[in-house]
Design a protein around this ligand. Structure first.
Ligand SMILES: Cc1ncc(COP(=O)(O)O)c(C=O)c1O
Length: 464
């Protein structure tokens, strides 16, 4: 995080395999003027990704205009669950646009009706009403609004939302108040952060927070001065995006029981975890608990911007007609894309594929952790999402520079990652489209192995 990939073309070895092709220097010299134009005109914050110009993308591959082809371990940023450019999704978008239907606000359209029905059908009980939005942050903010509204109806002081220290829920004000990174909240006036309405507790990852018992949750609330009955909701990412480490199942069950006891809502942020990513339709189903609300986004459409909140009907129906809307709620083209994507995930068995191929991915990641145990502190994930925590030897401190070098080398070998994420930019994260094969995952893991070895070669930390 915070690092810029250089735009000076670097000589790299040519690659020509079934999944990857690199025929130019990286970045491709011809791409540099366009990349520079972006740097001239856009906010600096947009410079964070490897310098690859996406020209087209198909299945598990991303192509630039200069003859290079990457095996994609990013899915953009966990968007393209059904694979890049799936013909059914392209057709749904083209057909809708071809009818000259581009926007409808909250007027009804058939695409939105079809999507709402499908989402309610695949969502587990008791999540039987939906509100469609455009971005993940809008969905998590909406969960906060529904929870706060509901809580304050019980009692004016039931107005605390508890979330986790490693959590990320988007970049808007409410989403960042729920988020667990102090650095990301640095811009928010202290009076707001310390209002007492948003409280972070430690996330039991078993790595940086070694006591994974639920007692830590209760203790943290107590030391923050929060009375349990004042908690309106607890929101957690199904797994923290930075570490991909799921909650211990017993912790999740204890959390559900605690929420029931104190009449607090339990909200899962499924923006990353949903729609098959973790080998189940919704990632939180790995915990065997129910949710009161879930926020969805990213992989919902495998393409266009659309998100959703799914929840218990009595929570979803709190607002009067016209008082909880958004201009692009249920845009016909985005809805058509999402409905097509959900049908592809179903028809092609991609949830099961994520579970099956994900086992190969995780075991490969664990082998890398064992091989490079001085600098890989943790390998974690489920289904087709996983990450390696790159650390400074002998510590749990992230080594963002090493993670950056590893990702850069992978990109030069034709394996596409987004920039490292998480604490100190130390997390190298893998999230390929769910249509990937075991063979392609093994190919990518081989590239990652070579990249770690190479990045370490100039440093004084040997592989085991
Ligand atoms: C878990 C989680 N929640 C919310 C968001 C915010 O989604 P968006 O960027 O679509 O607003 C993200 C985005 O990375 C996310 O990973």
């Amino acid at each position: 995080m915070g690092k810029e990939f250089p735009l000076t073309p670097k000589k790299v070895a040519k690659v020509d395999t079934k999944y990857r092709r690199i025929v130019t220097d990286i970045p491709a010299p011809e791409s540099v003027p366009l990349l520079e134009k972006l740097r001239t005109n856009e906010a600096r914050s947009m410079r964070g990704q490897p310098p690859v110009i996406w020209d087209r993308a198909k299945g598990v591959n991303v192509f630039d205009p200069y003859g290079n082809m990457w095996l994609d371990f990013s899915s953009g940023v966990l968007i393209t669950n059904a694979g890049h450019g799936h013909p059914d999704i392209v057709k749904a978008v083209v057909d809708t646009a071809g009818r000259s239907l581009l926007a409808t606000y909250c007027f009804a359209n058939r695409e939105r009706a079809g999507l709402a029905e499908k989402l309610v059908q695949i969502a587990p009980e008791p999540l039987k009403k939906v509100f469609i939005l455009s971005t993940g942050a809008e969905a998590t903010e909406c969960c906060a609004k529904l929870a706060m509204t509901w809580g304050q109806k019980q009692s004016k002081s039931k107005n605390v939302i508890v979330s986790f220290e490693d959590g990320f829920h988007g970049r808007t004000l409410g989403a960042q108040l729920m988020g667990g990174s102090a650095a990301l909240k640095a811009w928010i006036p202290e009076a707001i952060v310390k209002s007492g309405c948003f409280v972070n507790v430690p996330y039991p990852d078993g790595f940086r927070q070694t006591d994974v018992s639920f007692a830590v949750f209760e203790k943290a609330l107590k030391s923050a001065g929060v009375a349990p009955d004042n908690v309106a909701a607890v929101i957690t990412e199904t797994y923290p995006g930075g570490s991909c480490k799921f909650l211990p199942v017993q912790y999740a069950k204890d959390l559900r029981a605690w929420c029931d006891k104190h009449k607090a809502l339990l909200i899962f942020d499924e923006v990353q975890a949903g729609f098959g990513r973790c080998g189940k339709w919704f990632g939180y189903l790995h915990y065997g608990v129910t949710a009161d609300l879930i926020a969805c986004g990213k992989g919902i459409s495998s393409s266009l911007p659309i998100s959703a909140v799914l929840g218990r009907p009595e929570l979803m129906d709190q607002y009067e007609p016209g008082s909880m809307t958004s201009t692009h709620s249920g845009s016909p083209i985005c809805s058509a894309a999402a409905l097509a994507s959900l049908k592809v995930i179903e028809k092609e068995g991609l949830v099961d594929n994520a579970a099956k191929v994900g086992a190969v991915l995780l075991s490969g990641m664990e082998k890398l952790k064992d091989k490079y145990s001085d600098v890989v502190g943790m390998a974690a994930g489920k289904g087709l999402v996983a990450s390696l925590q790159i650390i400074k030897p002998g510590t749990t401190e992230p080594d963002g520079d090493l993670a950056f070098d590893i990702v850069s080398d992978c990109v030069e070998q034709g394996l596409l990652f987004f920039a490292p994420v998480g604490r100190g930019g130390g997390s190298v994260k893998i999230a390929p489209p769910l249509c990937i094969t075991e063979d392609a995952v093994r190919d990518g893991l081989g590239v990652l192995d070579r990249a770690i070895a190479k990045a370490l070669a100039g440093r004084s930390v040997p592989a085991k």
